[in-house]
Ligand binder design. Structure first.
Ligand code: SAH
Ligand code: SF4
Length: 386
């Protein structure tokens, strides 16, 4: 299926359940155009923009410098509400996972990961995923639909609400706990490129959410044409889910490799604009016992990535019920990392965050879907958690 027809079939709803149009996610020109049908002078749309992205208001009534009757009209016709919080879980390590309900009842997860000098929000781009990578929990949930630009931005805006970070404590990122964004939640962001791009442009805009492109990382399983487009239009940091050093193995665990094999993928990486030793691609490599973790495979990986400014994040496999894979042993991961380091790569082993609340990489899934994974001997009803 082409990306365009894919986007149509799985499109996000254009209005909420009350028929109201979302204003979040429109760029400044679109916002001006939408509001122009109410015969408003241009400065009104600037005021609305400011309330939305600087002050983080969640209803039109709070937009104090708009005339009262205009606030009423806007309330009737447009929505700026946040997604509904379904559940919040806090991990022992401080990671917070929010399950959020969209206006049509679909659910996605966003995960906040606090670290010493920064805080990262892992944002979802789709409900489910089409790509069926064998080791990934999200991949077992069929794609339900793309998220709209508003729903992608609203995850970030929701996190700012929850962390009490409106308005900006400081004009610069340092004033906030939420400093970085990773498009590494549910879904393949480059299969929903248009909405992701719209959302990230507002996120990066100094007059929008003001999070610079150097603090945003987009992770993809390797949708080559959109990697090129993303490099030209957004130029955010790029992370590639690589996970195997050969086409044969990669195709067997990541079916997208049949469409965009390693040669094409790595060529797109080499040509990603702005790469340097200070701005490197991150290759993600999930450590799967007896699948991709031998010394020989580490040497092949080192050869494969030669001449690409990059680092390799080794991710211990996070298990989920019924996955059929195991994580490589600590010794195996160390040996794999050592080979890469001796070949000149940074190859940190990524500490799993939030694993106790199934918030770690590859574990995200809508609760409504997760209940289908039922322990042996139990019925689906028994397995229900909500
Ligand atoms: N679809 C995008 C982004 C979401 S996945 C992509 O594939 O890049 C975020 C990262 O988690 C990816 O690198 C993915 O391969 C990895 N991942 C998936 N399942 C995992 C698991 N069970 N354990 C560890 N990492 C996993
Ligand atoms: Fe989709 Fe990424 Fe999971 Fe693959 S690893 S199934 S692309 S979310």
């Amino acid at each position: 299926m082409s990306i365009a027809s894919h986007a149509g079939k799985f499109a996000a709803p254009r209005t909420d359940a009350q028929g109201r149009i979302p204003l979040i996610g429109l760029n400044p020109e679109e916002l001006k155009e939408v509001l122009s049908i109410h015969n408003l002078p241009g400065f009104r749309s600037k005021q609305v923009w400011h309330w939305l992205y600087h002050r983080g208001v969640r209803d039109f009534e709070s937009m104090a410098n708009l005339p009262k009757d205009l606030r009423a009209t806007l309330t009737e016709k447009y929505s700026i509400e946040r997604p509904k919080l379904i559940t919040e879980q806090k991990s022992e390590d401080g990671t917070i996972k929010w399950l959020l309900g969209m206006s049509d009842g679909q659910q996605v997860e966003a995960v906040f990961i606090p670290e010493a000098k920064r805080g990262t929000l892992c944002v979802s781009s789709q409900v489910g995923c089409t790509l069926t990578c064998k080791f990934c929990h999200t991949g077992t949930q069929p794609l339900v639909r793309n998220l709209g630009a508003n729903e992608i931005l609203q995850q970030i805006m929701f996190a700012r609400d929850a962390l009490d970070e409106w308005p900006a404590k400081d004009k610069k990122d340092e004033g906030r706990d939420l400093t970085n964004i990773v498009m590494m939640g549910m879904g393949e962001p480059l299969y929903n490129y248009d909405n992701v791009a719209k959302a990230l442009k507002i996120c990066m805009d100094e007059d929008g959410l003001g999070i610079s492109k150097r603090r945003i990382t987009l992770s993809t399983s390797g949708v080559v044409p959109q990697i090129v487009q993303c490099g030209e239009e957004l130029n955010v940091n790029l992370a590639i889910s690589l996970h195997a050093p050969s086409n044969e193995l990669r195709s067997s665990i990541m079916p997208i490799n049949n469409k965009y094999p390693l040669e094409e993928l790595l060529a797109a990486c080499r040509n990603y604009p702005g790469l340097s030793e200070n701005r490197r691609i991150t290759f993600e490599y999930v450590m799967l016992k007896d699948v991709n973790d031998s010394d020989e495979q580490a040497h092949s990986l080192a050869n494969l990535l030669r001449a690409i400014p990059c680092k390799i994040n080794l991710i211990p496999f996070n298990s989920w019920p019924g996955s059929g894979y195991e994580c490589s042993s600590g010794n195996r991961i160390d040996s794999f990392a050592r080979i890469l380091e001796e070949a000149g790569y940074d190859a940190p082993v990524r500490r799993a965050r939030g694993a106790d609340i199934l918030a770690a990489c590859g574990q995200l899934k809508s609760e409504s879907q997760r209940v289908r994974v039922t322990p042996p001997g139990k019925t689906a009803e028994d397995g229900k958690t909500a």
